[in-house]
Ligand binder design. Structure first.
Ligand code: ARG
Ligand code: ZN
Length: 845
């Protein structure tokens, strides 16, 4: 059941009009469909096959005459007339029994849908593929106060509503919601003066947590008009918050459905990081209205066409709304943590894969985050104006289309005259390029030459990696800190290439790969004095941060490998940045964050050393203690001075101050037995302060009654409880992590059916590197036990979480054995879902 990109053929029929009628019932919902088909002149295959899974067919007819189609597990086939015809069917489904959360399902008594990628076939028989687009009219019937679907409301009365979506769309954008919901509303006037009603629908009790989402939506709508010239195209825009949801959110046309964690916010229950994530996801789903919905994908191999571009757009938006350098640094940390890890393991795949078994397994960091980096590189190469021209052409040429990566690149070629055949390798080739940079200084000629060399290690199914186009942004600084050569983009196209800068009076310091201009691993020999210089003086904020990060990484490596105490220079450099009140507090907080333990494991493995997660944890603890103790007065000062008084505002400025304050608190807690953290916990006026204090207490094992107090205070709030579950596992000592996680699975509020709750425990376990990889193997065993249980209910979330094991090749023989044993045990379960079967098979040797 492997599908190949090369096998694409268009569907034999075009649905001109789709009419659906839903008669809702928890265990026996009836779905009646009436579809006007005509033959597709573009297609040669005239077999009438409709997808359908888990449906009870009650009746089917063609042009009013009953038919008996041939049914399989995956759909039906039927003889059809030569010309146009009307297909009608009635099916029955059981939303209350749907624990996979795909198709039509129930969450806390409310009906909702998730159709992307292939969930619509669990609702009714249909050509469930993104290149089949149609205009939908939907009637919903049921004894519920709120009945929603896509498009504009046509009419509604008690127990009945009709919706019409005038924009042709593929079935994966279909949505339906019904239940006892309440809305918070606002409006938006588009650039051409049309009024749009905006609603955020939530369960009664959550009304007070919608304002931020509404504001973020308005800001997104305005931004897309101003920056991309894109206007909204319906009378209403509905957002619904759902407790049980496999992903973050879904861009269904006019009816976005959100994981409650990605939309509900209040100062008391949400952290600054939650607010930032909500703003980004609201923007992301809204931006899909053009990049995804108006222009969709021809097939699921093209997923990064919509996802990479939409992530790039939401990252631009966050940069504009908040601090661009801080947003860039956060994105790169996330990219390295998830995408580089994926790209360097058995799950590595190109942003546009060539085959798959279950497409849900390809909603990955590579498709999303690397997909976004590719757009960023394109923009850098063609310039801001070229990019704008290309995007205008993309929207003009492909509106209403189901497009491909080839279409996308062609638009850039036509708009800018640049040839992109080599650039396309970023889409077709997997793996993270290594970029080696060496310098040559010719003092007599006043010339600095940079020698660049790129190589990409083999990935599954791709042994040979031809060179790619790599935009390398470089700037040169004088030893006094002045910039002698401002940022220039070097375009690398060969395996080896040299670039010279002439007319230099003295040897400059090179700042290479500014703004992280390409998703590569930079290998550059440079001494710690030069890094400290860049940390103090680089005019590129990303590379300024990067210099500090590299210093910290080298210090940690020294500790891990040679038990080498951190140099005083490092501590001084760090103290200067942390204490520099001229710098953005958010930036300072980021500069103080040590490289993650998983990142260190990857760095060691790249250097040919088998990483020991326990040793990395010890070194990280030791370095954190040293930093904490040597700079104690600074932590005390920052903890006092960074306090934000007055009402909580979730803006970048306040968030930056709170982040630096919590960083100071964590360090302080290593010195004061938790006194300051206990005080902050008791006085906290918002969740950022409260959770920051609880984290510090847990991390330093100085919590007393706070864990229980937090529970008593918040046990009624599902999203806060997720934090409570997660934090305990995240902050557990390595030898305790599996035990803590296991104990939490026995807690009355643990719920295997709720993906957020499951992830709060097991996502945290996977993220606690030394705990998950503890030599006892308990972490692996527990993870496997629970993935096996979850797979019976929710294959999608199970398959996704198998990536906890994706790093097994890095480790020693014992760990390799235990990790692959765990994977084999999962893989051997009778009745394992195709999703998890595919993932475990790809992970195993
Ligand atoms: N298109 C959605 C988004 O990026 C993600 C939904 C994916 N869902 C899934 N089951 N794979 O915003
Ligand atoms: Zn998306």
């Amino acid at each position: 059941q492997t599908v190949y990109l090369a096998d694409y053929t268009p569907f034999g029929f075009i649905p001109e009009k789709v009419e659906l009628r839903f008669i809702l019932d928890p265990h026996a919902t009836r779905v009646l469909s009436r579809i006007e088909f005509r033959p597709n002149p573009q297609a040669s295959d005239r077999r009438f096959f409709l997808h359908g899974e888990g449906l009870k067919l009650i009746a089917a007819s063609i042009d009013g005459a009953p038919v008996t189609p041939e049914l399989t597990d995956h759909g039906l086939c039927c003889e059809v007339p030569e010309g146009p015809f009307v297909w009608a069917a009635e099916v029955e489904i059981d939303p209350a029994a749907n624990t996979a959360l795909e198709g039509l399902y129930m969450s806390n008594g409310m009906y909702c849908t998730q159709c992307e990628a292939e969930g619509f076939r669990k609702i009714t028989y249909y050509p469930d593929r993104p290149d089949v687009m149609s205009v939908f009219t939907v009637h919903v019937e049921g004894p519920y106060p709120v009945l929603l679907s896509n498009g504009n409301p046509v009419d509604s009365a008690e127990g009945h509503a009709t919706w019409h979506d005038p924009w042709p769309k593929p079935s994966y954008l279909f949505a339906l919601v019904a239940g006892d919901l309440v809305a918070r509303s606002a409006s938006f006037t588009t650039m051409s003066g049309r009024h749009v009603a905006l609603n955020v629908w939530v369960r009664p009790g959550d009304e007070g947590k919608c304002d931020f989402a509404l504001e973020a939506l308005q800001a997104s709508m305005k931004w897309d008009e101003e920056v991309y010239g894109r206007e909204y195209d319906l009378e209403v825009f509905n957002i619904v918050a759902v407790d049980d949801f496999n992903m973050g959110a879904m861009e269904n046309k006019g009816l976005n459905i959100f994981n409650a964690s990605a939309v509900l916010a209040s100062p008391e229950t949400s952290t600054d990081a939650n607010y930032e994530r909500i703003e980004a996801i609201i923007a992301h789903e809204y931006f899909h209205n053009w990049t995804g919905n108006r222009i969709t994908c021809r097939d699921w191999f093209q997923l990064c066409l919509k996802e990479g571009l939409t992530v790039f757009r939401d990252q631009q938006f966050t940069g504009d709304m908040r601090s661009a350098p801080v947003a860039r640094i956060e994105n790169v940390i996330a990219l390295r943590g998830r995408q580089f890890r994926e790209d360097n393991g058995p799950l590595a795949h190109p942003p546009r894969p060539e085959s798959f078994v279950e497409i849900n397994n390809f909603y990955t960091a590579t498709v999303y985050e690397k997909g976004a980096e590719i757009i960023g590189m394109l923009r850098r190469l063609v310039g801001e104006n070229g990019y704008r021209k290309a995007l205008d052409l993309y929207f003009a040429r492909h509106d209403g289309d189901a497009a491909t990566i080839e279409d996308w690149l062609k638009v850039f070629e036509d708009a800018t005259g640049r040839e992109l055949a080599q650039f396309k390798r970023w889409y077709t080739d997997a793996g993270t390029p290594r970029l080696k940079v060496t310098e040559e200084w010719d003092g007599d000629a006043g010339r600095l030459t940079l020698h660049l060399e790129q190589t990409t290690p083999p990935t599954p199914g791709q042994d040979q990696k031809p060179p790619r186009v790599i935009p390398v942004d470089v700037g040169l600084l004088n030893p006094n800190g002045d910039e002698v050569v401002p940022t220039t983009t070097l375009e690398m196209t060969e395996a080896r290439q040299s670039f010279s800068f002439d007319g230099l009076a003295s040897r400059p310091v090179a700042s290479v790969l500014r703004d992280f201009s390409a998703p590569v691993i930079l290998e550059r020999q440079s001494d710690s004095a030069e890094r400290a210089f860049l940390l103090a003086h680089d005019t590129d904020p990303f590379n300024r941060w990067e210099a500090g990060r590299t210093l910290a990484r080298d210090v940690l490596l020294g500790l891990v490998l040679r038990d080498e105490a951190p140099s005083g220079d490092f501590i001084d450099a760090l103290a200067r940045v942390a204490g520099d009140d001229g710098l953005d507090p958010a930036f300072r907080a980021l500069a103080l964050r040590l490289p993650g333990q998983d990142e260190m494991a990857q760095a060691l493995s790249d250097a040919g050393v088998t990483p020991d997660p326990t040793r990395i944890w010890e070194a990280t603890e030791q370095l954190s203690d040293t930093i904490a103790q040597r700079m104690r007065p600074l932590w005390e000062r920052l903890h006092t001075e960074m306090e934000v008084t007055g009402p909580y505002v979730p803006d970048a400025e306040g968030a930056g101050r709170r982040a630096l304050r919590n960083t100071a608190l964590m360090a302080l807690s290593r010195c004061d037995g938790g006194a300051a953290a206990r005080a902050q916990f008791a006085a906290a006026g918002n969740m950022t302060e409260q959770l920051g204090a609880l984290s510090s207490l847990l991390a330093t094992q100085t919590a007393k009654g706070e864990v229980d107090a937090f529970f008593e205070q918040w046990k009624h709030d599902r999203l806060v409880m997720d934090k409570w579950f997660g934090l305990q596992v995240m902050q557990a000592r390595p030898e305790k992590a599996a035990e803590v996680a296991e104990a939490l699975t026995a807690h009355p509020l643990f719920d295997l059916r709720n993906p957020n709750r499951f992830r709060s425990v097991f996502g945290a376990l996977a993220g606690n590197a030394a705990g998950f990889h503890h030599p006892s193997g308990k972490g692996y065993g527990l993870m496997a036990d629970w993935l096996i249980r979850l797979d019976k209910l929710n294959p999608q979330t199970t398959a996704r979480m198998c990536s906890a094991f994706e790093t097994w090749r890095r480790y020693d023989a014992d760990r390799q054995q235990m990790m692959t044993d765990a994977l084999r045990r999962i893989n051997a379960q009778p009745g394992l879902s195709p999703d998890t079967t595919e993932m475990t098979a790809r992970l195993l040797p």
